[in-house]
Design a protein around this ligand. Structure first.
Ligand code: MEV
Length: 312
């Protein structure tokens, strides 16, 4: 039996980094996907193939000893083998989400992988799949807030809090132009840098967390009402906090200025230190044109409303 599942990438509209410390976040699933298929095999093996490499190992190895970028998928397969007493699992990954650029490729991979493997057995729910996906993501990045996996599972735009999340229905004219700096980042090391900043500047960091929570509270209504100008102002404010905690750099700053000059607002998405920025547009192509004129690859991201799709 074979099981296949697909999950979308994401853009973080508000709250990356601060969400790790409980401030919440607003995220948008985008129309770029990762698809994972899983199949039970009779050999005592976990075999994974993907565009970024492959893995062929015995089951039962602690995830921390699996020296591969496919460690989180290994963990998902190994967990299933232990619970269901089958000998082995083979998985294949196909992605159209670039890795390490803040667009949720690792979370989408964990969600699609958890769903594909769970689909080999009875009784899997989205909640259980999300739990397994976050657990798997922790094998790559211990401190994950779980926000990325949540939006990859449920799709659409969500306001994420540590205990709950809710969908936000966008008003008319909500558009995103996503531009790439051409460099990647390690989320884990950027998050560790932010922790150092927080430890050295607790009062300043706490003030920014409070301000970020306030932005997130009011942004929900602005998204629903399609208040692009006000949303853009809040996105720019959020970007200032990201610059203050040290996750921007010269290239990202230049890109953000291009986006802010051509659209209502622009900021980094995801961990920063490299990766992508996005501009909030009203559906027009001005920001995308400006990014391209500046020499940056860019695409118009649509909202993915489906989230996780399981095909079997
Ligand atoms: C990474 O996409 C977002 C961070 O806030 C980390 C996390 O929430 O797990 C930097």
């Amino acid at each position: 039996m074979k099981s296949t599942a697909s999950a979308p990438g994401k853009v973080i509209l508000f709250g990356e980094h601060f969400v790790v410390y409980g401030s919440g976040a607003i995220l948008c699933a985008i129309n770029r996907r990762i698809t994972v298929s899983a199949e039970a095999i009779t050999e005592k093996k976990i075999r994974i193939t993907s565009d970024v490499g492959s893995l062929d190992m015995e089951p039962g190895i602690p995830a921390c000893d699996v020296g591969s970028s496919l460690r989180s998928l290994y963990h998902i397969a190994d967990t299933a083998l232990r619970s269901h007493g089958i000998p082995g699992i083979k998985m294949a990954v196909k992605s159209d989400i670039p890795a390490g650029v803040g667009l949720g490729s690792s979370s989408a991979c964990c969600v699609a992988g958890a769903a594909a493997v769970s689909g080999l057995f009875p009784d899997s729910s989205r909640e259980k799949i999300l739990e397994l996906a976050v657990d798997a993501e922790r094998t790559a990045f211990q401190g994950t807030s779980g926000a990325d996996c949540t939006v990859c599972t449920y799709g659409g735009i969500i306001r994420y809090g540590a205990k709950s999340h809710e969908k936000i229905e966008p008003g008319p004219g909500f558009g995103l132009a996503v531009a790439s700096s051409g460099t990647t980042h390690s989320t884990e090391s950027v998050v560790a840098r932010v922790k150092k900043f927080r430890d050295a500047n607790p009062a300043e960091f706490s003030r920014m967390c409070d301000a970020e929570s306030e932005i997130i509270r009011s942004a929900k209504g602005q998204i629903e009402q399609g208040e692009t100008a006000e949303l853009g102002r809040m996105i720019n404010q959020n970007q200032q906090y990201l610059e203050a905690i040290g996750v921007s750099n010269q290239t990202l700053q230049e890109m953000v200025r291009i986006g802010q000059g051509a659209a209502a607002g622009a900021k980094i998405t995801g961990a920063g230190g490299g990766g992508c920025v996005f501009a909030l547009t009203d559906g027009g192509t001005g920001a995308a044109d400006a990014f391209r004129e500046g020499g940056y690859e860019c695409f118009a991201a649509g909202i993915d409303c489906d989230g996780l799709i399981v095909f079997n």
